[in-house]
Ligand binder design. Structure first.
Ligand code: 3HC
Ligand code: NAI
Length: 699
């Protein structure tokens, strides 16, 4: 075995050369890997005694793509990837890529430039660049459609799906599967057979057959765009990906490559791609807790107890049942328990009806669920999650009872969305075992989990909670105890301003439109109508002084009563309501507010900048570990558009000095709600960003 450079080795046995890359953790296409490829193939090409070449990787995976951290950063360039791929594809000997783990993005593009591809059954391949706001920039957009056709290529590129080996084989993306654990031997044997059979080099760039269908259908791309308008709203990368496939269909290979290059560089230079690359690393950073290191021992847990079978308890239970973890669900009344269990069953039945689950899957899940009316049924639970009414006295009583019956070491978690976790923990004799697990509704669907660390929550309880979140497929952000934690605390800022703007004269539909156009799935008023205006509202306690009171009193409770902030028709299509406009005008007059025209820019800044400011306060108070954790909360829990990176990243994008100046302008006009946080002022003054590695520590 000859070393080529620090990450590449070459061996030649009986005319078969094996180029091996070893660049942990994922063999990304760093300078070293590209140089290694260029040097190794440079040496091999034209070497008459080398009959075939195998490209393989050490470690847990084949090349997982470009080095995302260095994409677009300039600096030491090393060998050019496109030149490497040209050399590989131009080789006179057959080149076989041998894939295990994941061949993704640039990694899969390397494989597509090889003449043959083999993989173990557990491997996956794909072009996930779309998730980084990009397109495959090393020929992937031109080669993939030549193998699978334009329609399939669009599906794969626009979903970024990691496709299992078997499906790749069926689509022609792989030439053969080799036995698990025997990749090297299997690939060498495959290469040897190619030589024995005198098989030609097979260049993907020369294929054309699969492109003919799209070429024959002039409407093909227009139809695809039309069918996906909603899905791609706001994102730049989908259209660029489509244009590349269009180029693959309509232009010669090299011209298609030029289109790909141009669009790739445009996307790479854009804010959306920067935001999505930031989100990629934010998703990985969020699990790292400075004072709870990765090697903190976790507590053993095999079963879960849940108190309360209402909206949240049922949804939370489904997360565990889906993963084969037994759940005991406790209620106070038989009918509430029956209703809760029936809802879970109905949800699973609906999934089965849509063909996304078999009846056996439903039965298996329901078989793991036990209902009880006695809290003692939770005596052997390793993890208990309380999801009873949101009232401190009720929570305290429940935790006192739990303390009496739960086994030593069990984790006692509350799903409260705003109550003080420390106060709840103090109702027990073991506050170190108590933690907040704030699921979002619908709890079986929403990806976010705020793990709320009490003052006394132990490291083991925190580590186990994070591990549990991963196991059930959530993304968990560790947050501290404060009203509303991170997400709802910041949401309260936006809600306050939306209400204030409405009274000042901005129309409900304009506020919603501005936030929808910004990229949220819906605006705050449409959201309230969907959730129901009467959540927590009663006729007896209504003051009649707020718009919400006035609307609920008129039975305008949201979509469910076909009227709320908007009027709804039978198809739930919203139209602005003259009644609501009148009520708003009256309320404004009562409060002495003179209504005025409000610009879209003011709506956006008033709704978003106070959130950034609140995020800064959260960081100052140490209630979130890093700014990117806050962004993770907003992207995964509140529909913040990932292409804007989250509120803190957005603050960095528009400039913190500009955010501070704008807040100060509003403060002068509207009062202390807009006073910029100390951290924000300091960062702005020193020209730093939230995402700078030391921005929080140094302030
Ligand atoms: N570049 C740089 N670092 C990467 C990376 C990449 N392409 N892929 C993964 N990493 C890092 C992660 O940040 C993480 O670092 P950390 O341990 O310091 O946090 C480490 O590798 C391990 O990654 P994961 O924790 O994600 O490990 P998993 O085993 O869960 O997943 C994976 C492995 C499926 C490869 C996943 O990391 C992944 O999806 N990576 C990104 C793949 C991708 O998007 N490739 C396309 C890149 S763009 C491109 O290729 C452009 C080209 O067309 C020119
Ligand atoms: P819910 O009213 O739908 O369900 C609460 C259930 O708890 C009821 O079925 C009730 O019978 C039961 N219950 C009451 N006391 C009990 C006791 N002592 N033992 C066992 N069961 C008892 O309420 P929901 O919406 O499920 O909320 C539950 C908790 O989750 C609250 O703390 C809430 O703040 C929190 N939460 C709610 C969210 C939502 O969107 N609904 C989102 C995130 C958190």
């Amino acid at each position: 075995m000859t070393p080529i450079n620090a990450v590449t080795t070459l061996s030649i046995e009986d005319g078969i050369a094996v180029v091996t890359l070893n660049s942990p953790p994922v063999n990304a296409l760093s300078v070293g890997v590209r140089d290694g490829l260029a040097l190794a193939f440079g040496q091999l090409l034209g070497q008459a005694d080398v009959k075939a070449i195998v490209l393989i990787c050490e470690g847990k995976t084949f090349i997982a793509g470009a080095d995302i951290g260095n994409l677009g950063k300039g600096g030491p360039q090393g060998a050019n990837l496109l030149d490497c791929l040209k050399a590989i594809e131009g080789a006179s000997q057959p080149v076989v890529s041998a894939i295990h783990g994941t061949a993704l993005g640039g990694g899969f593009e390397v494989a597509l430039a090889c003449h043959y591809r083999v993989a173990v059954p557990s491997a996956k391949c794909g072009l996930p660049e779309i998730k980084l706001g990009l397109l495959a920039g090393a020929g992937g957009t031109q080669r993939l459609p030549r193998i699978v056709g334009a329609e399939r290529a669009l599906e794969l590129m626009l979903s970024g799906e990691h496709v299992p080996s078997k499906a790749c084989l069926e689509m022609g993306l792989l030439d053969a599967l080799v036995e698990e654990g025997q990749l090297r031997q299997g690939a060498i044997a495959f290469a040897r057979q190619l030589v024995a059979d005198n098989r030609p080099v097979k260049k993907v760039r020369d294929l054309d057959d699969k492109l003919k269908a799209a070429r024959a259908n002039p409407q093909f791309f227009a139809d695809f765009r039309k069918a996906n308008v909603k899905k791609f709203r706001g994102f730049d990368a989908p259209e660029a990906n489509i244009r590349c496939v269009e180029a693959a269909v309509n232009l010669p290979f090299d011209e298609g490559m030029a289109v790909e290059r141009k669009l790739f560089l445009e996307l790479l230079a854009g804010t959306q791609c920067a935001a999505q690359r930031y989100a990629f690393f934010a998703e990985r950073a969020v699990w790292k807790i400075p004072d709870v290191p990765a090697d903190t021992p976790v507590l053993p847990w095999e079963n879960v107890g849940i108190l309360g079978a209402g909206t949240m308890g049922g949804g939370i239970a489904m997360n565990f049942l889906n993963k084969g973890i037994p759940v005991t669900l406790v209620e106070t009344k038989q009918e509430a328990l029956d209703r809760g269990i029936a809802t879970i069953r109905k949800n699973y039945d609906n999934t089965a009806k849509k063909g996304r689950m078999t009846q056996a899957d439903v039965d298996r899940r329901m078989g793991l669920l036990t209902g009880s009316l006695a809290i003692e049924a939770l005596a052997s639970s390793d993890l208990v999650i309380e999801a009873v009414f949101e009232e401190m006295s009720v929570k305290k009583a429940v935790f006192k009872q739990l303390d009496a019956i739960a086994k030593p070491g069990a984790i006692l978690a509350t799903n409260t969305s705003r109550l003080d976790v420390n106060e709840i923990a103090a109702a027990t004799t073991r506050p170190e075992s108590v933690i907040g697990l704030h699921f979002f509704s619908p709890a079986n669907v929403m990806r976010l989990l705020e793990v709320v660390r009490g003052d006394k929550s132990s490291g083991a309880v925190i580590a186990t909670s994070m591990q549990m979140a991963r196991k059930i497929g959530k993304i968990a952000a560790l947050v501290g105890v404060c009203p509303g934690f991170v997400g709802n605390r910041m949401l309260a800022q936006r809600q306050r301003e939306a209400q204030a703007l409405m009274l000042e004269g901005a129309r409900v539909q304009d506020i919603d439109r501005v936030l929808f156009d910004f990229g949220f799935p819906m605006g705050p008023f449409a959201m309230s109508d969907l959730a129901g205006l009467d959540l927590g509202w009663t006729r007896e306690s209504s003051t009649g002084l707020t718009l919400r009171d006035k609307l609920c009193e008129r039975d305008r409770r949201g979509q469910k009563t076909s009227a709320g902030y908007y009027d709804y028709d039978a198809q739930r299509k919203a139209t602005p309501s003259p009644v609501v406009e009148q009520l708003i005008a009256e309320l404004a007059a009562q409060k002495g507010i003179v209504q005025r025209a409000v610009s879209d820019e003011e709506i956006l800044q008033r709704c978003i900048y106070p959130m950034i400011n609140e995020g800064a306060k959260i960081l100052e108070e140490g209630k979130a570990i890093r700014a990117s954790d806050i962004d993770i909360v907003w992207i995964n829990g509140y529909g913040w558009p990932v292409y804007r990176g989250g509120p803190m990243f957005y603050g960095d994008t528009v400039g913190l000095a500009h955010v501070v100046e704008t807040l100060q302008r509003f403060e002068a006009k509207l009062g202390a709600d807009f006073k910029p946080a100390k951290l924000l002022v300091q960062l702005a003054a020193t020209g730093q960003k939230f995402q700078d590695p030391n921005s929080i520590k140094s302030n």
